[in-house]
Design a protein around this ligand. Structure first.
Ligand code: AMP
Length: 299
């Protein structure tokens, strides 16, 4: 459906409306909301790939008007992280979203998101303690705060996130339930390149040699799945196998490799329930994450 909004960027009916101001977003969504249409949201940091677009396709299936947001959120980056060099390509993202049939692209500025005097943070406890929560202190507070703000701006009925960021998805599910946000949270499987590498905007940082080395993450996951299929249930034994595989690639430096309960994200010793194997690995200076679920209920 078309939104009411006519932005200077909107020259024909099929074009995605590019919306930078929250007030403009609210007025664009007023009519579909009044008509009882379902609004879908896909939050992203841009530099879109097929993984992002799979979320958009699912959001469109589950809604009548689909909003994608692009916001490289300063609050979720640590002081030594890649905020300023995070890859950006608005023209290409916009074309991809137009092609995917998104109605609106919400592009808030950092100043509008965090005006001077901003003092509030949303914190989810427990689930954020381990994995990326430990490796990137403050990261999830940035994520939960910005997702809350995006939910308040768009007021979506449904929001779609990727299992690529499995812990993030668990944190957002917890937050949405705990704070009665009333948004249906949908998780989508990891989309991979043909050689098994999980698609990521950060893959753009990799040299050709590093890109080849990145294949070892999914090989590590495959080794764990093979060990599990062979009957290995001790977490230590599975992780030893994963580390051994990753150790064969000199460019790879493991930040963490852990097995945790897939619901609570707490460490476990024995794989006796759906269990997340989560990896964060530096390939050169680029930190990549990947994961797989062992003992999934559907397995
Ligand atoms: P990002 O732009 O990296 O913040 O990601 C935005 C959303 O896309 C998050 O919900 C991610 O989990 C999801 N996403 C990123 N990469 C992939 C992928 N390879 N497959 C599926 N979803 C992904």
């Amino acid at each position: 459906m078309d939104l009411d909004l006519v932005s200077p960027a909107t020259s024909n009916d099929a074009a995605v409306s590019v919306i930078r101001a929250k007030a403009q977003l609210c007025s664009a969504l007023e009519r579909p909301r009044r008509e009882g249409l379902r609004i879908g949201l896909v939050p992203t940091m841009g530099y879109l790939h097929a993984g992002h677009l799979s979320l958009v396709a699912e959001a469109r299936r589950r809604s009548d008007a689909c909003v994608a947001s692009i916001f490289v959120n300063p609050m979720q980056f640590g002081a030594n992280e890649d905020l300023s060099k995070y890859p950006r390509d608005l023209a290409s993202d916009r074309a991809a979203l137009e092609e995917a049939g998104v109605e609106a692209l919400y592009l808030p500025s950092a100043e509008s998101m965090y005006p001077s005097g901003f003092r509030t943070e949303v914190t989810v406890n427990g689930i954020t303690d381990g994995l990326c929560g430990r490796a990137r202190p403050g990261h999830f507070r940035g994520v939960t705060t910005v997702v809350t703000k995006l939910f308040n701006a768009v007021k979506p009925d449904v929001a779609v996130f990727g299992e690529k960021d499995f812990q993030q998805l668990a944190v957002i599910r917890r937050m949405t339930a705990d704070l009665d946000l009333g948004v249906e949270i949908v998780g989508m499987p990891i989309v991979r390149e043909a050689d098994g590498v999980a698609m990521s905007s950060r893959n753009a940082y990799l040299s050709a040699t590093e890109r080849r080395a990145a294949r070892w993450l999914s090989r590590g996951l495959a080794a764990a799945r093979a060990a599990y299929a062979d009957g290995v249930r001790q977490a230590d034994a599975v992780l030893a196998r994963v580390r051994e595989v990753l150790a064969s690639e000199p460019l790879a430096r493991v930040d963490y490799a852990e097995l945790v309960d897939a619901d609570t994200i707490q460490p476990l010793d024995v794989i006796d329930r759906p269990t997340l194997l989560a990896l964060a690995v530096f390939i050169g200076r680029t930190r990549l994450i990947d994961n797989t679920v062992l003992a999934a209920t559907s397995q």
